[in-house]
Design a protein around this ligand. Structure first.
Ligand code: DAH
Length: 345
């Protein structure tokens, strides 16, 4: 017998198998001692000597083919589901991933750790003293109105006042000074949840801020500006610039609002001769900053005659959603738990 003749016979057996409608008896019929396969296999002795290896391979393929197909049919019978195709790839279990805001926090932490900051976290339910009073906002100071505060209905502490849900991460400033025994240098990055009575497309009642604090001898505005430029380039990409504008906060003097240049129009405010739709002005405001007020250093037991510092505080969501290509126009989506949205990040 020639190799081609053997191949023809193999084809015939396969075709015959394809027309089988019942699963029963197939194993004996095809693979049993006196089955069709063995019958054919015997004829290998008749194949020309130099084609015998190839003939052996062909027979092995046939055996594997029959075995697979028969097993499949038997399983279908067992499961009583004749339509079930066990050769189909399975459904992969869903694998979760880190929430986009947690990703952003990890990235922000990494950027500041590379220049010597230490990531800390302080209570999200904290005393009025840390949230307001130690930050140069005595009780009844009108500046407190800026923060739409949730108060906790618990007894008032004689020294530290009421408990509040932290309205900003600035509560970490005096806490960090205390943690270090009022001994600079301080290079803190505090990232935590904050809470305010607000809710719309750009505000959620719970959000995150990250707060930087640097205190040492001889710290000045240039250190602040250098840090802002460094962050802008690392987080938004090369070429991004930072800008500071005079503002007012009780806990810094002087105080600034911080802007980053828009990546869509490169800070020009114009796209093809039209106003840039993303920023409208070439810049995006992200948050506040300034030189730490002497009263804040004093509240943390640090002598403002010897040490100076800078601080900044921005929303994580706001800072993150300005990233190139994100295009999130309603930050409430981030906390909707909607996997169709979250899976994209
Ligand atoms: N805590 C301010 C806020 O939530 C932001 C801020 C402004 C933080 C200036 C600072 C700062 O550290 O120096 O609006």
């Amino acid at each position: 017998m020639t190799l081609d003749e053997l191949k023809d016979q193999i084809k015939t057996i396969q075709l015959q198998f394809e027309t089988e409608t019942s699963a029963e008896g197939l194993r004996t019929k095809y693979l049993g001692k006196k089955g069709l396969f063995n019958l054919l296999a015997k004829s290998i002795g008749k194949v020309d000597l130099d084609s015998r290896v190839k003939a052996g391979q062909q027979l092995n393929f046939l055996k594997a083919y029959l075995n697979n197909k028969i097993t499949q049919k038997e399983r279908q019978v067992q499961a009583n589901l004749p339509w079930l195709d066990f050769t189909l790839p399975g459904l992969k279990p869903k694998v979760g991933h880190v929430h986009p805001i947690s990703q952003a926090m990890a990235e922000i932490t990494g950027i500041f750790e590379r220049i010597g900051f230490t990531r800390v976290r302080y209570p999200e339910v904290d005393w009025d003293w840390y949230v307001f009073e130690s930050l140069n906002m005595p009780p009844n100071h009108p500046a407190r109105d800026e923060w739409e505060t949730f108060f906790v209905d618990t007894p008032v502490d004689q020294k530290k006042g009421k408990l509040v849900l932290t309205t900003h991460t600035s509560n970490g400033q005096v806490r960090e000074m205390e943690r270090l025994g009022s001994q600079p240098p301080i290079r803190m990055i505090n990232i935590a949840r904050c809470y305010r009575r607000q809710q719309d497309a750009t505000h959620t009642q719970m959000f995150h801020q990250f707060e930087g604090l640097v205190v040492d001898k001889g710290i000045n505005i240039q250190h602040l500006k250098g840090t802002l430029d460094y962050f802008a380039q690392e987080f938004y990409g090369p070429g991004t610039k930072s800008r500071i504008r005079p503002f007012h906060f009780q806990f810094t003097e002087p105080s600034f609002e911080v802007d980053f240049s828009c990546h869509i129009c490169g800070g020009t405010g114009q796209v093809d001769g039209n106003k840039c739709k993303f920023c409208k002005s070439g810049w995006h405001e992200v948050g506040g900053a300034g030189m730490v007020h002497p009263n804040v250093l004093k509240a943390g037991g640090i002598d403002p005659e010897v040490y100076t510092g800078f601080a900044f505080g921005w929303g994580v969501e706001r800072t993150y959603t300005l990233k190139e290509g994100l295009n999130i126009d309603d930050i409430r989506l981030l906390y909707s738990g909607d996997l169709r949205f979250l899976e994209q990040f």
